[in-house]
Design a protein around this ligand. Sequence first.
Ligand SMILES: Cc1cc2nc3c(=O)[nH]c(=O)nc-3n(C[C@H](O)[C@H](O)[C@H](O)COP(=O)(O)O)c2cc1C
Length: 346
Amino acid sequence: MEKLFNSFMVKGHEIRNRVVMPPMEFLVRETRNGRVNDGHLKHYGMRAKGGVGLIIVEATSIHPNSLSVESQLGAWSDDHIPGLKSLASECHTYGAKIFLQLQHLGVKMHASSEQDVYGPSEYHQQGLHARAMTLDELHELQDSYVQAALRANQAGFDGIEFHGAHGYLLNQFSSPELNKREDIYGGSLENRLRFVREIIQRVKLEVDDNFILSYRMGCNQPTLEEGIDIAKKLEEMGIDILHVSSCGFSSQRPELPETFIYNWVVYGGSQIKQQVNIPVIVVYDIRTPERADDILNQGLADFTAIGRELIVDPDWVNKAMNHDPIYYCKRCQPCVVFVREKCVML
Ligand SMILES: Cc1cc2nc3c(=O)[nH]c(=O)nc-3n(C[C@H](O)[C@H](O)[C@H](O)COP(=O)(O)O)c2cc1C
């Protein structure tokens, strides 16, 4: 392996190899009040011990009203800090770097009889019903993102990842389909990105200088061209790493050149990589060390995220280094069906 096991420096942090564990929710079931428990320490500790360079902890809610399921991890209160601290320390003990993925569901908040669902603007499609958030609510949510990032910093995480893909709140703000606001937070791309730009500015003022900001975006927001524009703007805002996945609402998949042997999501990431000067993580169906190394050697990305394979085999990295047989995910989907009855990515 030429590149897979080379380290990479980001903001003074040496990430020991190019393998990222992408955020994957709900694999630990007994979470109460958003708090880290022994299950999380074991789950993430095993992957850190197994050699992963960078662990991005699953989507963690920034607000108690926005829970994917009751057992979602949280960073909306200072009460979460001790648990997060143990988690960061566990992964550091085994040599991995660790980010916390910050999420708000926006229009995807689960509507129960009492739940007041809101997003950037009114939305009534795909079985979702939401009202537009007021300006006060918008500012409150910005504050929740900032406070959650500060808590991650205080807990000893190396960075955070804004979840701006898969149709959640930050993706909704950037989307022309979802964001019909008529104030300064809607309209032009510049305005649609104002919500996150203001959060990033505030976070950067308050966190440690070497705290890393990653942003997970869809390559197709809604087209690859617009995805590239967004990536460039995120770089200008001071994002340190882009983690390129897919967009959650109606969007166009980029056309693949016939010679491109990887998934369209990897292709989107590779096109964004060519247009920015910050490191790019690509993801989706990469599966084997050989494919990951080839992606890196071709210069398609700086990091490769290995998701479902790391659920199945926590020792994927160490086994790849030692040329030991790896257990591969059979795509039978219990990990996803079990959780949400359909794949979050499709
Ligand atoms: C069980 C499960 C949970 C997931 N949870 C999240 C999540 O919390 N945040 C996120 O951005 N993506 C989530 N994803 C998507 C993964 O991060 C990743 O993009 C996807 O699994 C594709 O990579 P792979 O083909 O290597 O598995 C999840 C995927 C799975 C299978």
